[in-house]
Design a protein around this ligand. Structure first.
Ligand code: HEM
Length: 511
């Protein structure tokens, strides 16, 4: 036997034995000696993170739903990983996500989106703040007010698309998303993609984003898998994963735009308006160190805005529509309020400011936000070196913690009959606003909240004022979803017959 073979015979078993010994040591440490050892939770979850990977990727459970069972079994705090706690009590939500806390985002989750260098993906408050300070002029209340015309254009385009397609039921899952995607692409990048023109609202980018949701969840647990899908050449990626080809096309479109603009900043002047994020992000003077982000970082920012702003708004509009069409009294109340604010469809359209003052419309939006919950997964944060007290428990530094928004929004003590769509609850109890956490709270809360509210108000007002709507077959009893960070609606789509209302006020009153 040669020397090399002899060395292999000795070293290989030694290496295997070391790995096995290390794994056994880690499991024993995690279960019995870890600082979280006294927190209750499933035994395997206490030992290894692979338990969560199994639940999410192999068993394909909707994790936020699964957490409901775990909390019923183990109480208000559950150890769901060697170093991770989930809290069910809404009090924990305010302890974790508030303006005083500058806690880091957790790396495994936030790096899985491949947007590490974006305002959303930067892990520390300080880094993200630098980026958001630069973009703020595009997203402030004043900026959104001055972009009202753009929002109105998109609401009108949505209504025009419903009119064009009125011979068959409209798929509301895709229709609202087409609007919100067109809005992001026009508003943020000055690059309209006219998704609303797609036949039956099935724009390839939206089908691709939908198909990518359960894939992204696996990226948390394997960098190799993530890089194989995301870093392979576009042509190959389309062959390997045809269902996400639309995403590759959009990525390339954004890349081309970024390369064009960084090669020749003069081209900024050719964009349709000067509120785009490129106008901010490519202005070196806006940065403290006067250094522009790399093209890769710009791309990741664009992708983050696209994912953050399209589905979230689309889901809220779809869910609100679904519930309104199921409850004729609430639908009627909304339509009466809209009719009062906009008596003649041939007359002036109501301004955003006027819509802000419509109590029932706002209550409908809050209830839709509550039931759709925005981001359904826990927003993982890392407890800082000083440790923390969460829901009365002392939590050691470095622990990963979260309280999912669904645990606030579906809490029956705060929202009695939480599964019911009841806009009236917001009118009766204005203090409930403290518990609407769809946009999260604290320094990492949603950056697009003003834009989102403008889109929600205008689109609900335009659609419900301009159309008589009726659910078409097959009528779903509910809209089931799986937690894939955002909710992934995997059941029957909501189809609606859209009939334009007569311009005359009397017509509706007689309904
Ligand atoms: C109904 C609509 C929306 C909902 C419910 C929503 C919800 C949220 C939530 C819960 C977060 C916190 C995420 C985290 O902590 O990891 C967030 C962050 C963010 N959202 Fe939204 N969002 C909406 C619309 C938008 C829009 C329209 C945009 C912009 C185009 C946007 C841009 C962002 C950005 C950039 C962040 C990252 C902020 C940070 O990490 O500091 N969102 N959003």
């Amino acid at each position: 036997m040669g020397l090399e073979n002899e060395a292999t015979v000795i070293l290989l078993p030694a290496a295997i034995a070391s790995v096995v010994a290390y794994a056994i040591y880690t499991v024993i440490y995690n279960v019995y000696f870890h600082p979280l050892a006294n927190f209750p939770g499933p035994p395997i979850a206490r030992a290894t993170t692979y338990w969560k990977a199994y639940i999410e990727c192999i068993a394909q459970r909707s994790f936020c739903h699964y957490l409901v069972h775990l909390h019923a079994q183990y109480g208000d705090v559950v150890r769901i990983g060697p170093n991770e706690l989930h809290f069910a009590n809404p009090k924990a939500y305010t302890d974790i996500y508030n303006n005083k806390n500058r806690w880091d985002k957790e790396a495994r989750l936030y790096k899985s989106f491949n947007e590490d260098r974006s305002s959303f993906g930067l892990l520390t408050y300080a880094e993200s703040k630098i980026r958001k300070d630069v973009m703020n002029r595009s997203f402030s209340v004043a900026a959104i007010e001055s972009a009202e015309g753009l929002c109105v254009d998109k609401a009108r385009a949505l209504c025009a698309a419903f009119e064009r397609n009125k011979t068959k039921p409209a798929d509301m899952f895709f229709a609202y998303r087409c609007m919100s995607m067109d809005m992001i692409m026009t508003f943020c990048f000055g690059k309209p993609i006219n998704a609303l023109d797609a036949p039956d609202f099935k724009a390839p980018i939206l089908e691709a984003m939908d198909a990518s949701m359960p894939i992204f969840i696996r990226f948390k647990y394997s960098d190799l898998y993530k890089n194989m899908i995301l870093k392979c050449p576009p042509g190959l990626s389309k062959i390997l994963s045809p269902s996400t080809a639309g995403l590759v096309d959009l990525q390339q479109l954004l890349w081309r735009q970024i390369n064009d603009l960084t090669d020749d900043p003069e081209k900024l002047k050719s964009l349709p308006h000067n509120m785009t994020v490129w106008h901010r992000l490519l202005d070196a003077e806006a940065y403290r160190d006067k250094i522009l982000p790399s093209p890769g970082s710009l791309y990741e920012e664009a992708q983050a805005l696209m994912f953050a702003g399209a589905d979230t708004v689309g889901n809220t509009l779809m869910l609100g529509t679904f519930h309104l069409l199921q409850q004729s009294d609430k639908l009627q109340r909304l339509r009466e309020e809209l009719l009062e604010a906009w008596p003649d469809l041939n007359g002036p359209e109501p301004k955003l400011r006027a819509l802000e003052n419509l109590p029932y419309l706002n209550a409908v939006i809050k209830e839709s936000l509550r039931l759709s919950s925005g981001v359904t997964s826990g927003l993982l944060r890392v407890v800082p070196p000083a440790g923390a007290t969460i829901d009365g428990r002392t939590v050691p530094p470095g622990t990963i913690v979260a309280c999912g928004s669904t645990f606030v929004h579906y809490n029956a003590d705060i929202f009695p009959q939480p599964d019911q769509f009841t806009p009236e609850r917001w009118l009766k109890s204005p203090e409930l606003d403290n518990w609407l956490v769809s946009f999260s709270r604290g320094p990492r809360m949603c950056f697009g909240i003003n834009l989102a509210w403008a889109e929600l108000r205008l689109n609900l007002a335009y659609v419900f004022r301009k159309f008589e709507m009726e659910m078409a077959d097959p009528k779903p009893n509910n809209l089931p979803w799986r937690d894939t960070f955002l909710p992934w609606y995997n059941g029957t789509h909501l189809l609606v017959n859209m009939t334009p209302v007569s311009a005359c006020k009397k017509h509706i009153v007689q309904l």
